[in-house]
Design a protein around this ligand. Structure first.
Ligand code: R5P
Length: 284
């Protein structure tokens, strides 16, 4: 059975359509004092259950814990957890003394009531090692690559060196060239950002990243590519957080902006449902 977390209702319905699995809805509400409430709207006793729930923003993280507890309490035979966007993944190590490893802290809570964990384009691959249950990181890059074809790109780009493995996966899917933007410090006050290897003059470029949060990284990358002569620059990501005025900024700097439905919203042009459906069908 699929358990439809309040953060991922449409995605869960798509997974259900693709796999033919029955779904259990979850009622959720926020009390006037800000505390939240969830209730399973179906019988899960003795059933193998798969919860689909993104953990952003914070309320959805708490809902996930509560749903897992409710499944255990109501006799689910097994609990698999599919988290399309795993929040707090960027705090996957201690940057400054006194900090937690947030990505690990939440993994520890999730695994308390779970048999398997799946997520998509985790900010860092090492997050799967924070789980003591089987954990798998799926990639939406081939799906984003196929959607990118609509933009008729000449080349795919990562906005920085850290995203190279991701963009390589997308480029393999389209059998296409890829590159990344390299930052070079010229002096204390000057940083130069430019394409590492390929001349983008007159070309159409799709930049792909895992996360767009404030849009700062992607906007800067788009500006630099246009400065380097790119004709068109499109921006795509797996997880569209789009904080504050991110969309506005991106729409000024890029020719189009798109993301997947790991966080359901207006810019979700690509569904990750096939990735989770494949996992479910693997166990048939
Ligand atoms: C950074 O390592 C990530 O891959 C993203 O590039 C980053 O989180 C994007 O954040 P923002 O949109 O705030 O620049």
């Amino acid at each position: 059975m699929l358990v439809e977390g309040p953060a991922s209702r449409e995605l869960c319905d798509k997974i259900s359509e693709q796999t033919g699995k029955e779904t259990v809805k979850v009622k959720s509400k926020v009390f006037p004092d800000g505390e939240i409430y969830v209730k399973l709207k179906g019988d899960v006793e003795g059933k193998n259950c798969t919860v689909v729930q993104t953990t952003y923003p914070n309320q959805h993280l708490l809902e996930l814990y509560m749903i897992q507890d409710a499944l255990k309490e109501n006799g689910a035979a097994s609990i698999d957890v599919m988290v399309p966007y795993y929040a707090y993944a960027r705090q996957d190590k201690i940057f400054e003394e006194g900090e937690p490893i947030s990505a690990r802290a939440f993994a520890k809570r999730i695994e308390m009531d779970a048999d398997n964990f799946y997520s998509i384009d985790l900010h860092s691959e090492k997050i799967v090692d924070f789980f003591d249950i089987p954990a798998e990181n799926l990639s939406a890059m081939p799906l984003l690559a196929r959607y990118s074809k609509e933009k008729d790109p000449d080349i795919l780009f990562s906005p920085d060196e850290g995203g190279v493995e991701r963009v390589k996966k997308a480029a393999e899917e389209l059998q296409m060239q890829w590159d990344y933007l390299e930052k070079t410090r010229i002096d204390a006050n000057t940083v130069e950002i430019k394409p590492k290897n390929i001349d983008v003059g007159g070309k159409s470029v799709v930049i792909l990243d895992d996360i767009i949060a404030t849009g700062g990284t992607m906007t800067e990358a788009a500006k630099q590519l246009k400065k380097a002569g790119a004709e068109e620059v499109h921006a795509g990501c797996t997880h569209g957080l789009f904080a504050g005025d991110a969309v506005e900024k991106l729409e000024k700097a890029c020719d189009s902006v798109f993301c997947t439905d790991t966080i359901e919203q207006e810019k979700s042009q690509v569904s990750v449902a096939p990735l989770f459906a494949d996992v479910i069908e693997r166990f048939e």
